[in-house]
Structures are given as structure tokens and as C-alpha cells.
Design a protein around this ligand. Structure first.
Ligand code: 13P
Length: 256
């Protein structure tokens, strides 16, 4: 089954307002014309509103980097799915390892966020991944499986099929270390097999599973050539237009 690849840039807490707006406009102008790939950018939260205005009419998707599960309420510092939708977001990253590690995000909370996002027509990009210590002690599949299972527990089959899962081994994030295409493919296949058991084979075949962790123009083709790698969630290499555009265009002659 062929799944439409999705390349997403997670800008994390980087870029000034001016630089973020300029980069978003450049992504719109240079990456919005590729018909066989979905493109998503995830600016820092404060920048979502002005960037959404600049992406109007463009196929480039807009993601928040986090959300709360409630529609509104006394949750200082949080964004609700309702607000994100109103702002113009199409996607929301949930369960990123940096949020799990530094901000106490739990599997249960990630599941509630996935549920809330689908309630409001937003697509979750659900991040999972093991630490180096977990990989070295042979726990990779157990850890990733429990993160995935908790994250999608409240979803219907159709909602699951729309959800994007991002496998991001923690040891490969921002380190320059990339999982080999075979290492990544092994985990992606395990995730798809798990989804098949949790839902059914047809649903599992529809889910797009991105790889993340030091993806760059020099390794994207090899990673994307794997059967179960359907896209990339990119940090550092999404912060400049030239490298991000190369990632988006990895299947085409770049200036076609
Ligand atoms: P890097 O591409 O900088 O390793 O970051 C990956 C990531 O965490 C994307 O969410």
C-alpha cells in the first residue's frame, strides 16, 4: 500500500519572530508545490497566529508543538485544541520526548490529547521513542509499544488511520546520531504490527509513521526508501530553507 509521505519541521524553541515568519513564507513559496508529499511546519507557539495568516491558501500544514486536552479552563500557559484550530493549525505534535523528559508528559496525558485533537478535527503527530539506556537493555520494542498503545487507546479505527506516528529514538535527537535505515525500519514494522493487533491490518496500513532523529538531506533518501518509513519529523535541518526544501524534494529533481 502506498502512503503519502509527510515531512514535518519541528522548530522547537528556536528562531526570532522575524526569522520564523520569513522561514514560513519561504516554506510556503518553495515547498508548497510538491504534489506527492505533505509538508507541515511546527513553529514555536507564539508564532502560530501570524504564520497561519501567511499560510492561508497554501497546502503547507501548520502544527503546534503541544496542547492541553481540555477545551478551556484554568491551565496557565497552555493552548487548547479549540484555540489551536481557531488559530489555523492543522496538526499538533504530542508526546515529544523533550516534553516527556523535561515537562513530565505521561502516556496517559498523550492519549487524552490525541482524543481531544480528533474531537476538534486536528491531526496528532504522536511521538514515541526509547532512550539509549532502554535500547541497550533490549527494551526498545516494549517501550515504544506501550507509548503507542496508550497514545491511540481512545481512538476509533478511522481516527487512528488519520493519526501520524513519529518514531524518534531519544539518542538520535539533536545528537547527529541517526538510527540506521534498518534499525528504524525494524521499529516501524513493529509499530505497524502492533497497530494491526490493536485495530486491524487495513487500518494499520493506512497509518503514516515518520522517523525523527538527525534527519538531514544526506540521509533522508535512504531512510525514506524503507517500506514502513512514511516521512520525517525534523528538528535542526528544518531551520533553514535550503535544507528543509531538500528534505521535502527528496524524491524529485530539486529545481524542477
Ligand atoms: P533533530 O532533527 O534536530 O535531531 O530533532 C529531531 C526531533 O526531535 C524532531 O521532533
Amino acid at each position: 500500500m502506498s502512503r503519502r509521505p509527510v515531512i514535518a519541521g519541528n522548530w522547537k524553541m528556536n528562531l526570532s519572530a522575524d526569522d520564523a515568519i520569513a522561514l514560513a513564507a519561504a516554506v510556503r513559496d518553495r515547498c508548497g508545490r510538491f504534489r506527492d508529499v505533505d509538508v507541515v511546519i511546527a513553529p514555536q507557539g507564539m508564532m502560530l497566529w501570524p504564520i497561519a495568516r501567511r499560510l492561508e491558501g497554501s497546502p503547507v500544514g501548520l502544527a503546534a508543538q503541544n496542547c492541553h486536552w481540555a477545551d478551556k479552563g484554568a491551565y496557565t500557559g497552555e493552548f487548547s485544541p479549540v484555540q489551536l484550530k481557531e488559530t489555523g493549525c492543522t496538526h499538533v505534535i504530542i508526546g515529544h520526548s523533550e516534553r516527556r523528559q523535561y515537562f513530565g508528559e505521561t502516556d496517559e496525558g498523550v492519549g487524552k490529547k490525541a482524543r481531544a485533537l480528533h474531537d476538534h478535527g486536528l491531526i496528532p503527530i504522536l511521538c514515541v521513542g526509547e532512550s539509549l539506556q532502554q535500547r541497550e537493555s533490549g527494551q526498545t520494542i516494549a517501550v515504544v509499544s506501550s507509548q503507542v498503545a496508550a497514545g491511540v487507546a481512545e481512538l476509533s479505527d478511522d481516527e487512528l488511520a488519520e493519526t501520524i506516528i513519529a518514531y524518534e529514538p531519544v539518542w538520535a535527537i539533536g545528537t547527529g546520531l541517526t538510527a540506521s535505515p534498518e534499525q528504524a525500519q525494524d521499529v516501524h514494522l513493529e509499530i505497524r504490527n502492533l497497530l494491526s493487533r490493536l485495530a486491524n491490518e487495513a487500518t494499520a496500513q493506512r497509518v503514516r509513521i515518520q522517523y525523527g532523529g538527525s534527519v538531514k538531506p544526506s540521509n533522508v533518501r535512504e531512510l525514506m526508501s524503507q517500506a514502513d518509513i512514511d516521512g520525517a519529523l525534523v528538528g535542526g535541518a528544518s531551520l533553514t530553507i535550503d535544507s528543509f526544501a531538500q528534505l521535502v524534494a527528496h524524491r524529485e529533481d530539486f529545481d524542477k
